[in-house]
Design a protein around this ligand. Structure first.
Ligand code: SF4
Length: 211
């Protein structure tokens, strides 16, 4: 499925139960030649109302994080694991993420970003194929399919926790370095900083089948 087909299909999609809780499908937003591709969990209230990802306070925080490394929102492609709002803001279920995955894959194929920023546990696990929480593997650049998948904390969590905001700023500060790097050609984990005294997480085999 190419990007245009995916977008057209998603806008009328009823493949999972979230079609009953959305007002608008929030497919994604940004240029098709973006070097940075940001993936959150699911649209929330503001996004469902406006039809655009990363609105409200979370979106403002994301804008500030991008600006801190010289990027505007218009230079990044923004989307979520599932394209429809969940009931009462709960996390999307695995079946819902699976149902929506073809749209995310079509977006990734079309945009072919160098860096995929996975925000929060669910996006981190879905995009890296690793089971560790985002707080365990945040700030690492994980080479996968010729891209750096870069797990970090969720914006929602950081809104209420200053320490998490500081970690997000630290993680985003690595984006220019990754954007300037050559695309990865191996499946090894690169650039593993030890931040906050955390023990090094186990290096588990990736699960390319997720893609
Ligand atoms: S969340 Fe994705 S799969 Fe589910 S109805 Fe919305 S667009 Fe379709």
């Amino acid at each position: 499925m190419d990007f245009a087909e995916a977008q057209k299909e998603a806008l009328g999609c009823r493949k999972c139960g979230l079609c009953n809780t959305r007002t608008r499908v929030v497919f994604g937003d940004g240029p098709l030649n973006a070097g940075v591709f940001v993936v959150g969990e699911a649209p929330g209230f503001n996004e469902d109302r406006d039809g655009k990802p990363f609105g409200g306070a979370s979106g403002m925080l994301l804008d500030r994080l991008l600006l801190s490394v010289g990027l505007s929102r218009e230079e990044a492609y923004l989307t979520t694991l599932v394209k429809c709002k969940t009931p009462e803001g709960r996390s999307p279920k695995p079946a819902e993420i699976n149902a929506c995955r073809p749209y995310l894959l079509a977006q990734l194929d079309a945009i072919d970003p160098k860096v995929v920023v996975a925000m929060g546990d669910l996006a981190s696990r879905a995009l890296t194929g690793r089971k560790e929480s985002a707080s365990r593997i945040r700030g690492r650049a994980i080479p996968l399919d010729g891209r750096y998948v870069f797990p970090t904390l969720s914006l929602q969590r950081a809104l209420y926790t200053p320490a998490d905001r500081a970690l997000l700023v630290s993680d985003f500060s690595r984006l220019p370095e990754l954007l300037a790097a050559e695309r990865p050609t191996t499946y090894e984990t690169l650039n593993v900083p030890r931040v906050g005294g955390l023990a090094e997480a186990e290096r588990e085999p990736l699960q390319p089948g997720l893609w």
